[in-house]
Design a protein around this ligand. Structure first.
Ligand SMILES: Cc1cc2nc3c(=O)[nH]c(=O)nc-3n(C[C@H](O)[C@H](O)[C@H](O)COP(=O)(O)O)c2cc1C
Length: 189
């Protein structure tokens, strides 16, 4: 079974994490979910969802302790299919760009980079400083895919849900996971 790691940090846009996670579960994959303290708090604030409860209702989703560096996620010897950090804060982005692993989430992402496995980062901040941009360039050069939370409008979204699904669909596209989360350009509905 394909197993993905989902990292949730304290940037705005927690809805992206939930949509990407549910779509991966629907594709038949299993998940290991790890969130920073601020990530959990922002998720509850923005969506009203408790991560414990969310994971408890999904048999194929395991919620990890972000302080537990003895987790399998911390070792390159364990082969996970890929990792998505969504939303990715500028703070986590900065730590990753410097190779500083202060918790399980950053260690798991660092492992994906060193093992050359798929790492998808969904940063959210505006405007961006040169530091943010340089960190993104560094991580892109290390093999990470930078997929900014930038929904498009050519599919004529009508709801916030449409915007969230567009970004989630593009994330799954990057992981090579078939999905119908958004209306593709000039494709019949
Ligand atoms: C409601 C809320 C929204 C935030 N939105 C963002 C954001 O969009 N991007 C960002 O980089 N930081 C944002 N922050 C700040 C981060 O949460 C903060 O930098 C935190 O230290 C990130 O830590 P983490 O990367 O360990 O989760 C937000 C904070 C709060 C409380």
């Amino acid at each position: 079974m394909e197993t993905y790691i989902i990292g949730i940090t304290g940037a705005s846009g927690s809805a992206y994490a939930l949509r990407i996670s549910d779509a991966l579960l629907e594709s038949g994959a299993a998940l290991r979910v790890v969130a920073t303290d601020t990530g959990r708090r922002v998720l509850e604030y923005e969506t009203g969802v408790s991560l414990e409860r969310w994971a408890g209702e999904r048999p194929n989703a395991v919620l990890e302790d972000n302080a537990d560096l003895f987790s399998p996620l911390a070792s390159g010897s364990r082969r996970f299919t890929g990792m998505v950090v969504a939303p990715c804060s500028m703070s986590t982005l900065g730590r990753l760009a410097c190779g500083v692993t202060t918790d399980l989430l950053t260690r798991a992402a660092d492992v994906m980079l060193k093992q050359r496995r798929p790492l998808l980062l969904v940063p959210r901040e505006t405007p961006l400083t040169s530091i943010h941009l340089q960190n993104m360039l560094t991580l892109s050069q290390c093999g990470a895919t930078i997929l900014p939370a930038m929904p498009a409008f050519y599919h004529r979204p009508r709801t916030v849900d449409d915007l969230v699904s567009f970004v989630a669909g593009r994330a799954l596209d990057c992981l090579g996971v078939e999905n119908h989360l958004y209306q593709r350009w000039r494709e019949e509905p």
